[in-house]
Design a protein around this ligand. Structure first.
Ligand code: PHE
Length: 336
């Protein structure tokens, strides 16, 4: 009889292991645990056992019943749990959290586009220091000793004759000092002026300088290059004009205008009712500048130009206040 009990336990255990759904489990229950089942039958058999063996057999049988019930219950709970739909700890129907993806600042975008256009025309890109000496920023560029730009009112000085460059033109001097002609380079970077911040001007802003020096470079090449640039950058349908101007380091000098983006040339507040907007300064490199860097002005000619990047961004995107570029208002920056 004891052997029978052990065998029943073994069988129950094996069959339970092979039970994979609630239907099978119910059959197992009927087979072993129901009143007329195997365990019930064993209890029934007690009646015919020797009276002396009964306490021992009863104990073993009770243990078997407990064991079977316990494992049956546990298995039932497992199978029921597995049947339930999985509870998901979050709501899949909620809209996702949008990631804020950063973009390039409009000034950087404009800068990169200008670079791309000039690089495609064969220009290289050069850099120079933002802290400059009077020599590179003014003297070598043919500024007269009493030129108003050399005044504290217009220029931010750091020490005697040491200043924050007021334009990128000093990089022209540095490039020509280290390189023999031909030179064909653009020079982008920060520039600084001691000016009141307004809708039109900032204290710190970017410029990009251009310089082309070789034998026989002409003013018509200057025009051709700048017009080709303006058409690529502002669109092929723009109208442009060159106006005589003055810079100490170029002679002759000219400023380039394009038709106003807002009124298309009719005249409005943005273009001060002229219909035109200035986009850059330019001219043929002054012989004094060539002399300062040791180029022979009898042999070489060249042109130079410079434009403000922030102002270019205003023209390109139709923005009417330069300060908004550096307010870092995400609602503004997101539009680029
Ligand atoms: N450096 C001049 C400015 O800051 C621009 C310029 C550059 C003009 C090169 C002529 C040639 O206004």
């Amino acid at each position: 009889m004891l052997e029978n009990i052990n065998q029943t336990k073994q069988e129950f255990t094996n069959e339970l292991q092979n039970t994979h759904d609630l239907q099978q489990l119910e059959q197992l229950r009927i087979k072993f645990l129901a009143r007329s089942g195997r365990i019930g039958g064993l209890f029934e058999g007690m009646k015919t056992a020797a009276p002396a063996d009964r306490p021992m057999l009863g104990k073993a049988l009770n243990e078997l019943r407990q064991y079977a019930q316990l494992h049956y219950d546990a298995k039932k709970a497992d199978l029921e749990q597995a049947q339930k739909p999985k509870e998901i700890p979050f709501d899949l129907t909620l809209p996702g959290r949008m990631k804020n993806v950063g973009t390039k600042h409009p000034v950087i975008q404009v800068m990169e586009e200008i670079k791309r256009i000039f690089i495609s025309m064969g220009f290289s890109v050069e850099n120079g220091p933002e802290i400059e000496s009077d020599y590179y920023n003014f003297e070598a560029l043919n500024f007269a000793p009493d030129h108003p730009a050399r005044d504290m009112q217009d220029t931010i000085f750091i020490a005697d004759k040491i200043l924050l460059r007021t334009h990128t033109s000093p990089v022209q001097i540095r490039v020509m000092e280290k390189q023999k002609p031909p030179v064909r380079a653009i020079m982008p970077g920060w520039s600084y002026r001691n000016e009141a911040v307004s809708a039109r001007s900032l204290v710190a802003f970017h410029q990009v300088e251009g310089l082309y020096v070789d034998k026989g470079v002409t003013f018509s090449e200057l025009k051709g290059t700048l017009v080709a640039f303006a058409k690529q950058f502002y669109g092929s349908s723009i109208k442009y004009r060159f106006r005589p101007s003055y810079f100490p380091f170029t002679e002759p000098s000219a400023e380039m205008d394009i038709t106003c983006y807002l009124c298309g040339g009719k005249g409005c507040r943005i273009c001060k009712y002229s219909g035109w907007l200035e986009v850059l300064g330019s001219g043929m490199v002054h012989p004094h500048v060539f002399k300062a860097v040791g180029y022979d002005p009898e042999n070489y000619t060249g042109y130079a130009f410079g434009m403000g990047i922030e102002r270019t961004a205003l023209l390109r995107y139709g923005i009417d206040d330069i300060r908004i570029l550096y307010e870092n208002d995400v609602r503004f920056l997101k539009q680029f």
